[in-house]
Design a protein. Structure first.
Length: 465
């Protein structure tokens, strides 16, 4: 088997792939030559060219005495804020120019009419999350959409009033659920059912989630979990959870903020009742970008919005101003206001690139697996050197139970390590007291990015000791 005939993205195990390539190259699996080979044979490598990668010198914490500031930074924080699409500026300038030249006529004119601009890219968004176009609406921010959805799907009774969520759900989800329960006159202490990992474990076992649903299901009104858990990076088995919850008579919804554009979702096929997500992480729409919501088509005639707005009115009759609501079916009826055109523009720029989720997922499994392999090779706890700083990975090792993010837990306090990484041009995410969330995004990160990070981590650890 000659090297040029090998496909490193053929689905083989990461370790097998790395050993096979390194054997042919005549180097160690940890060599930078392996990363260079993987980048050369990455059929998606051109996608990086659609994004702006900051230079190290432009990052405020970087130290020019430690690293070459002219190089691109090692950007591994797309799980917090995605990179800027190059076309975002062009699209924004087009709309600013239209506004300047045509004023109010921009609502109905040009290639991106403001009155329905978001509708024109909903098919692109639906493709990303595995939904039908009519099941997706671009509107608001994530937590606003979560509240709008919960107002309609959470209908508590004396017997069925609980909402099931993770014990360590993202704060906005926790607050939204808590306030929705209080709004209905129930006590969060009694109605919030929190899923906790087993003692000594960081992540939730699928069988434990399903067991709680089976045991408590008749008292649960809504199962409301993350698609990917923000802290641990765990990808939940959304299909199994949906099936289990609905079998017990519960509505099942997901916050897909860390899943959309990261994992391969099939919201329609899985029969998920509702979902919502932001677009500034893996969907690269910019800070505070336009959010999205999903309601399965099976509910389009039965689930109605609790709050009404003009933008939920059928577009064909909206401007007749009759004050007789002609409500759009399904999730489109949940719209309240017109969407900011300046938020539509960067999202469009990203979604036009992000249309290969199956291929991106295939690359992601290898890219994150490569990061995991290198971390384990260099930074696993060494019994012979008990005082040497080491790293453990709290994200599941099974690729089917994670997206691209690995949550690295350090044996030393993370603040100093994080600062040393930033000085050396690494953009990543810290969570006190000991976790770094590292997300090699397949859309624009390379295998060389991962190798550079692992190498730089060694220097940061040495400087922190």
């Amino acid at each position: 088997c000659c090297l040029t005939a090998m496909d490193p993205f053929d689905g083989s195990s990461v370790t097998e792939t790395l050993r096979r390539i390194s054997a042919e190259l005549g180097c160690s699996p940890t060599s930078a030559d392996v990363a260079a080979y993987l980048d050369k044979h990455d059929k998606l490598r051109h996608l990086r060219e659609h994004f702006l990668v900051p230079k190290i010198a432009d990052l405020p914490p970087s130290d020019p005495s430690l690293v070459d500031g002219t190089k691109e930074c090692i950007y591994l924080v797309g799980n917090s804020l995605g990179l800027q699409p190059k076309k975002a500026r062009q699209y924004l300038e087009e709309e600013l120019e239209k506004w300047a030249k045509t004023g109010v006529h921009g609502h109905t004119g040009g290639s991106r009419p403001w009155a329905w601009a978001e509708n024109n890219i909903e098919e692109l968004m639906a493709n990303v999350v595995g939904a039908k176009t009519e099941e997706v609406a671009l509107m608001n921010g994530l937590t606003v959409n979560l509240h709008l959805l919960m107002l309609s799907f959470y209908k508590p009774t004396a017997a069925r009033h609980k909402i099931l969520l993770e014990d360590k759900a993202f704060p906005s989800d926790h607050y939204a659920v808590e306030s929705q329960i209080q709004l209905r006159g129930f006590d969060p202490q009694q109605s919030m059912l929190l899923l906790k990992a087993r003692p000594g474990e960081e992540t939730l076992r699928t069988e434990d989630i399903l067991e709680v649903i089976e045991k408590e299901g008749e008292s649960i009104a809504v199962v409301m979990l993350s698609g990917v858990q923000y802290y641990t990076g765990q990808l939940f088995n959304m299909a199994a959870i949906t099936e289990a919850g609905q079998r017990k008579g519960c509505y099942v919804g997901f916050d897909c903020a860390h899943a959309a554009g990261n994992a391969q979702l099939k919201l329609h096929d899985w029969g998920v009742d509702f979902a919502c997500w932001c677009s500034y992480k893996y969907l690269n729409s910019g800070a505070g970008g336009l959010g999205a919501a999903f309601i399965h088509e099976k509910h389009k005639d039965t689930i109605k919005p609790a709050l009404m707005g003009w933008w939920g009115h059928n577009l064909d009759t909206r401007f007749q101003m009759s004050n007789v609501l002609d409500l759009q079916p399904g999730v489109s009826g949940f719209r309240l206001s017109n969407q900011p055109i300046l938020l539509v523009c960067p999202l469009q720029a990203s979604l036009e690139v992000l249309q290969t989720m199956q291929a991106l997922r295939r690359k992601s499994v290898l890219l994150t697996g490569y990061l995991e392999y290198l971390i384990q090779q260099y930074y696993t706890k060494d019994p012979a050197q008990p005082h040497k700083p080491h790293v453990s990975i709290i994200t599941p090792s099974d690729p089917q139970q994670r997206g691209c993010q690995l949550s690295l837990c350090f044996s030393i306090h993370i603040q100093k390590v994080f600062q040393e990484l930033e000085k050396r041009g690494v953009a990543c995410d810290m969570r006190e007291p000991s976790v770094l969330r590292i997300a090699p995004v397949p859309l624009y990160n390379s295998f060389s990015d991962v190798h550079r990070f692992v190498e730089t981590l060694g220097h940061a650890l040495a400087a922190s000791s």
